[in-house]
Design a protein around this ligand. Structure first.
Ligand code: SDX
Length: 429
């Protein structure tokens, strides 16, 4: 992969030759692993121009608004596939045939229950704890229950841990919600599909088992697909970094959940609804757009902008279509928040500030409106994101551990004090 070279000329030093590596598609990379010999580090806070690893899982072309999972466009997966098929694809590299799919669905179904003792773990949390705080704790605690699959160097252990996490995240997410509501937790049912099962555990009670709307189940499954993976985003990079130390998969996923929680990342879907409530009415949009443009105001337009997409986020386009479908199917006309969101998008996308910075709606802009229509409370939005992204996180974790890797250990540009001696306390000013 290295037939081209870059030459770095450093004043007063011999030029450094660095190999250029070429992938299947996308930008070439300059392999700087040999740069240390020159006595220099690269410097790239926020990793604006850094490829942290080689991967075959997801490809994003930010300029063209392209998102591929193992080569398949997200639009085709959202339209023609389902979430468990997408999980199989991300984990194994190919779409399953009918037999492989049946086997995978059955295996996942048979791992949806969690250890009964895990229920008492919840009692340590306040009922009004943020669901993401509980999710971080409970998922991290899974390593206290599944000792039999923690040898990260054993491919079978990696495989069973991946399936256990994909299977149990909906159960845990629903338990988090039921705990916050003071309602009994519901057991998963093997006669329901993945998305139906999640909605069953979320909204049914032992007193009444209502059938799950196929419209809502399909919308939920679509949302899971759209959030499944996204290359080396902050939370996925966190999972890889945690995994590079040899930490067990449950601890790594808990680290990913913590990173996802931030409003600049997965917490944005919850922040969008909060922002729409704050804006309240179309007449206030201009005031909030001015705030978003004001450098002295920390306010940002939630659900807008992206580190990679400098064109439309293809997931936002599918999400908007899904939003229209779900609201129409539910007979929700003129949803005020949707109206406000559409007007906000319209105004923002005609404003030079947003145009010059290529700030378009991202995956989080419309997802909250659908989740709300499905009946999911705002505080659970990022938990849904974490549920869906678990397969992406664990696919990257598996990919890293399946080949040679090193512990991630970045260096720094030190601008602190040079070496100095301690002054005795009695002599300090
Ligand atoms: C996700 O990485 C991924 O792939 C993440 C994700 C995934 O699937 O894993 O796609 C999921 O996290 C989507 C993003 C959700 N976050 C939000 O919607 C929060 C609002 N967006 C911003 O915080 C911001 O756009 C980021 C964090 C998403 C991207 O930030 P960058 O790449 O660091 O860009 P930046 O902050 O340097 O912005 C560039 C310019 C700045 O202005 P200038 O300094 O050039 O004058 O654009 C401005 C920013 O101030 N800007 C915004 C803005 N986003 C960027 N101004 C107002 N509102 C915004 N939303």
């Amino acid at each position: 992969m290295a037939d081209k070279k870059a030459q770095l000329v450093i004043e007063g030093a011999a030029p450094v030759e660095l190999p250029i590596l070429t992938g299947t598609v996308g930008p070439d990379v300059i392999d700087v692993r040999g740069l240390g010999a020159s006595g220099h580090f690269t410097f790239d806070p926020g990793f604006m121009a850094t490829a942290s690893c080689e991967s075959k899982i997801t490809y994003i072309d930010g300029d063209k608004g392209v998102l591929l999972h193992r080569g398949y466009p997200i639009e085709q997966l959202a339209e023609q596939s389902d979430y468990l098929e997408t999980c199989y694809l991300l984990l194994n590299g190919e779409l399953p045939n009918a037999e492989q799919k049946a086997q995978f669905v059955s295996t996942v179904k048979n791992h949806t229950m969690v250890h009964e003792q895990l229920k008492s773990f919840f009692n340590g949390f306040r009922r009004d704890a943020h669901p993401m705080a509980v999710m971080c704790g409970v998922v991290g605690a899974l390593s206290a229950f599944y000792h039999d699959s923690l040898d990260i160097n054993n491919p079978q252990h990696r495989e069973i841990s991946a399936v256990r996490l994909v299977a149990k995240m909906p159960t845990l997410a629903a338990m988090v919600y039921k705990y916050s509501m003071g309602q009994p937790m519901m057991y998963p049912r093997n006669d329901l599909s993945y998305a139906e099962n999640f909605l069953h555990m979320m909204f049914n009670t032992p007193c009444e088992i209502k059938p799950i709307s196929p419209v809502l189940a399909k919308a939920m499954d679509r949302i899971f697909i759209l959030h499944a993976d996204h290359e080396q985003n902050a939370s996925t990079s966190t999972v890889r970094l945690a995994g590079s130390s040899g930490a067990n998969p449950f601890a790594c996923i808990a680290a990913g959940i913590a990173a996802l929680w931030g409003p600049a990342h997965g917490g944005a879907n919850e922040a969008v609804l909060t922002m729409l409530d704050e804006i309240g009415d179309v007449s206030n949009i201009d005031k909030f757009i001015a705030k978003a443009k004001d450098k002295n105001d920390p306010f940002k337009l939630m659900g807008f902008g992206h580190r990679v997409y400098k064109n439309r986020d293809p997931r936002a386009t599918v999400m908007k279509q899904t939003c229209d479908e779900v609201l129409r199917e539910l007979g929700i006309k003129d949803d005020p928040q949707l109206e406000l969101a559409m007007r906000l998008e319209e105004i923002a996308l005609t404003d030079p500030y947003f145009i010059e910075r290529s700030l378009y709606p991202n995956v989080d802009f419309y997802s909250g409106i659908i989740l709300k229509a499905i009946g999911i409370p705002t505080s659970m939005f990022t938990v849904i994101f974490a549920l869906a992204r678990t397969v992406g996180w664990i696919s990257h974790w598996k990919e890293m551990l399946s080949g040679p890797y090193k512990i991630g250990r970045p260096r720094q540009l030190y601008t602190g004090e040079p070496q100095r001696d301690i002054t005795a306390l009695k002599d300090r000013k």
